[in-house]
Write a protein of this length. Sequence first.
Length: 125
Amino acid sequence: MAYTRFIRASRLAFLVFTFSTASVAQNQSEKFDFDCFSDTPLLTILQELMSTGVNINFDHDLVKKVTVRGTCRECSVEEVLDKFLPQGCLRWEKVGERQYSIYRNEQKGSVHGFVRDAVTKELIH
């Protein structure tokens, strides 16, 4: 009796695993087409991606005024993000299966030149 339950549970687990693996493979091959000949809100593109089940986390204030132009044919999610996120301003990171986060690009730089004390006019090293 216990052996029969184990066999049934094993079969069910195999079917669930097979189904979930097939759906992930299908989603990974999903391609998108965008034609943005005039200024198109970046938010519109992100919402279109999210309507297909892609989870994109971002600060609404970060993208609400950003508009983009361009064409993307048969593009993956990553290719769409590469194409339409403003270079230098925003960056994306894959955080899970069909899960992405968009961040402000915090580029680190260096300061060149001299710093002078405002009161004493001495150079600060």
